[in-house]
Each structure stands twice: as C-alpha cells, then as structure tokens.
Design a protein around this ligand. Structure first.
Ligand code: SUG
Length: 446
C-alpha cells in the first residue's frame, strides 16, 4: 500500500507574543517583551505551507488552541465574575500565569505529538500520543486540548489510535516528535524509530546539562514506543549531548534532522557522538546516508543561531530531496556554505535548498521543522480523516483572508489582558472551526 507523508503545520494563533517563557530556548529568552506581529507570523507560516503544497507535497493544517485561555486561568484560581475580570486580575496578580495562558505556542506542532504510521505498528493502526510538554507551564496546558484536536481529526478507530498525553509527571516528560525521527527506505516501508532523550529518571548516572533543563526523558520515549506497539528491534534510544542542551539545543530537532534514509546531524548532537549514528545505521535495514556536520564547519552557536538543523527535508514528487531552511541559515555564512556544499555533494540525495522567512516564529525558537508534525498515512487513512484540513488553493485563500480579517498587526504584553483581544480571538477561532469543519472544538464554544 502506498503511504504519503503529510506535513501538518500549526496555524499561528492570534495572540502570538514574546513572553520569554522558555528557559533554555535562547531566542525565546532574547525576544522577551519585544513587540510581536501576529498577522505577519500567521502569514509567514501559511506561505511555507502553500509553497510545499504547490510543489505537490501533501500539506495540512492544525488549528491554534483557545488563547487567552480563560478556562486555564480559572483552573489556576484566577477567578472573576466575567472573563474581562479574570484577565484584569491575572494581569495584576499573576502576570506570568497570564503570559502562559496567552501563548500561541501550539503553533510548533512538532511538539504536538509523536506519530507512528500503521506500517510500523503491531496492530496496523496509526498511533498518536499528544506530548504532555510538562517541562514548561505554557506548553503543558496545550496537551489536553491538542488531544481533543487530534481525537477529532483522527477519530476513526478502525484506522487511528489517539492515546492520551502521558501521565506520570517528571519521569514522563515528553516533547513529542521534536525528539523522534523515523528513518525508512520510502514512506510505506517499515521504519526505524530513533528516540532522543535528554535525561533518565531511572538512571541518574547519565551526564546532565548544568545550565539548561533537559526536556525529554528516556522513560517517556520508551512509553510512547510501547503504546504505539513498535517492535523493540525497530526502536533505538540515543542520549542528547548535555553540552548541546547547555548551548541552547532544547530539542533534538535543533541539532539533527532525518528524512527517509538521510540523517543530517551535528557531530556534537549526541553523547556518544558518531557511535550513535553507527548504531542507528546498523539498526536500519536500508542504507543510511549520514550527513555529518563538524563543529569546525558549523560551530554550535551558529547551529543554534541559524537553526540550520531545524530545516525540513522534503521529497518532491520527482523523488528529489529539498531542504526547507530558515532565512537565518542563509544569513549565517557558515550554514549557508554548508548548505551549498551539501547540495553540490554527490554522496547525498539533497539537491536543492529553499529559504523561508519565518522570523516571527524563529524569534521564539521555532523554525520550519518546529512548525510541522509529520503524519505518514496510506490512502484509506487519508480518506478517513475528519475535517477540512488538507491545504488546497481554496483553503489557503480562505485562511489568508481569515488571518487578514482577524489578526492584529502588533501585540505587546499589556494587550494580553485587553478584553477586546479576547473577543477578537474567539470570533476568529469560531470562524476557523467552520472553515476547517471541525465542529465545536474550543472550551468557549461549549
Ligand atoms: O517550546 N518556544 C517553543 C519553541 C518550540 C520549538 N519546537 C521545536 N524545536 N520542535 C518552546 O520553547 C516560546 C514562547 C515565548 O517565550 O513566548 C516557546 O514556547
């Protein structure tokens, strides 16, 4: 059966802002309190989706979550007689909670879930586990709502199994597909699943970062693999290099990207270094094409600044591989040179690089690959999805007009408690659920 890889990109929500919420994410910390541009952010995201769709690469969308999340503020004890009172009280008494409940962070759908295609699972179903994102408050509150979104789109239990986010607190810290890579000969042949973790609660002897937190545990990765019924011999666990985490590599997809049989990685990505890649290559039953980037060619600081490794690698309909890179990696001399060399080299199948301006997302530490969740499905499964989520020309036009009609040009922190922003966002999201034919998805709609 033929399988296709669909990129589900997150639509940037109307409250996109810079609140400096992610310790360990250098861009987020540096952008704190800057003026954000939600309309531009959403349009930049849509442009990337449209370009891929125009090249014949299956593209879909995931809706943003309800933000400002009044229901979460109330759950955190910030009550009030009406929603405007809740916002005012949050701004006065708990501004950090307000920021967490207004983040548009669900746009980075690489963190929405880990997905395993049905050709890799023992029950022949496509499995999804929404990431609990328990390392960061503003992200942890995404999990239950993301679960609802995925359970709506992938509701057909003949084909799909959508698990709840992992329970278990600190031991089960899970950041989704940002730390997971499926390597395969082609989309429908059985893959090898590489799970990358930063820490283990059962093995405290592992080297640990000293400056920034490790967000993913090995125990969470193993649990996802078990739940998804991936045979043990098709899973491989690799520890992130703590020195890379301390340099700002908060997810593995900031330092390595795999696609089909290609693995583009920095030599300092993993604790074991090249031995990890050797293990991965041995686990694969197809030849792996490692593209190793040395510290001499691209220092870690340039990797983090440019987000070179947060590029998407995509297969064009003619079989050629294109790198979808952030504009910052064209502007950084070392990464630009590396990409040019990679395209010119004959020992890898990458033949092209395209740069995209995703600066609004990038300033919060989210590049091209952060913005997409890869979902590999066969034709029957694609037909079984609910909602109008595949990006066609018509849907693109509607979404573009919707953004232009509802989104603000700029947002600063003081705007987050503005009741008008709340009503604007709800009006926008209400209309979006109609455009995407997803029913009443949001707490305010129920
Ligand atoms: O979790 N930034 C996100 C970026 C996620 C990137 N995703 C991947 N690498 N897959 C994070 O750190 C910043 C929000 C703020 O500071 O306002 C933020 O959440």
């Amino acid at each position: 059966m033929s399988y296709r890889e669909i990129n589900f990109d997150g639509i940037v929500g109307p409250t996109h802002n810079f609140s400096g919420l992610s310790e360990g994410n250098i861009a987020s910390m540096a952008s704190r309190a800057n003026v954000s541009r939600p309309r531009e952010a959403a349009l930049q995201g849509l442009q990337k989706m449209k370009a891929l769709a125009d090249w014949g690469i299956p593209q879909a969308v995931l809706p943003p979550l309800e933000r400002p999340a009044i229901s979460w503020l109330r759950r955190f004890g910030v009550g009030g007689n009406h929603d405007a009172a809740v916002l005012a009280r949050a701004a006065a008494e708990a501004p950090q909670l307000l920021a967490a409940c207004c983040s548009a962070s669900a746009m980075w759908t690489a963190n929405a879930a880990t997905m395993t295609p049905s050709c890799d699972t023992a029950d022949d179903k496509a499995h999804f586990t929404p990431a609990n994102l328990s390392s960061k408050l503003h992200r942890a509150i995404e999990a239950s709502e993301t679960h609802q979104v995925l359970a709506t789109i992938f509701a057909d239990s003949d084909h799909f199994m959508v698990h709840p986010p992992l329970a278990g607190g600190e031991a089960m810290r899970d950041e989704g597909a940002a730390n997971h890579t499926r390597l395969c000969a082609d989309f429908g042949s059985t893959g090898i699943h590489v799970f990358v973790y930063g820490a283990s609660v059962f093995d405290r002897s592992l080297p640990q970062p000293s400056r920034f937190p490790a967000r993913q545990t090995r125990e969470a990765s193993e649990t996802v693999a078990r739940l998804h019924r991936i045979p043990d011999e098709r899973t491989i666990y690799v520890q992130q290099n703590p020195a890379a985490i301390d340099a700002g590599v908060f997810h593995n997809d900031v330092i390595a990207v795999g696609h089909q049989n290609v693995l583009l990685y920095h030599e300092l990505a993993f604790v074991e270094g090249d031995a990890a890649v050797q293990r991965i290559a041995e686990a694969c039953d197809h030849p792996l094409v490692p593209v190793r980037v040395s510290e001499a060619d691209v220092p870690l600081t340039d990797a983090v600044k440019s987000y070179l490794f947060n590029s998407q690698i995509v297969t064009r309909p003619d079989g050629k591989l294109t790198v979808i890179a952030p504009q910052e990696s064209a502007d950084t001399p070392a990464t630009r040179a590396l990409l040019e060399q990679t395209v010119d080299a004959s020992d890898n199948p990458i033949t092209e690089v395209k740069f995209f301006d995703l600066r609004q997302s990038m300033r919060n530490g989210g590049g091209p690959a952060c913005l997409r969740q890869r979902v590999t499905l066969n034709e029957q499964e694609i037909a079984a999805m609910h909602g109008r989520v595949m990006l066609t020309d018509d849907l693109f036009d509607e979404l573009e007009a919707w953004v232009k009609g509802h989104y603000r040009e700029e947002i600063v922190f003081a705007d987050l408690s503005d009741p008008t922003l709340l009503s604007e966002s709800r009006t926008a999201l209400d209309q979006l659920t109609q455009i995407l034919q997803l029913g009443s998805l949001y707490p305010f709609q129920r």
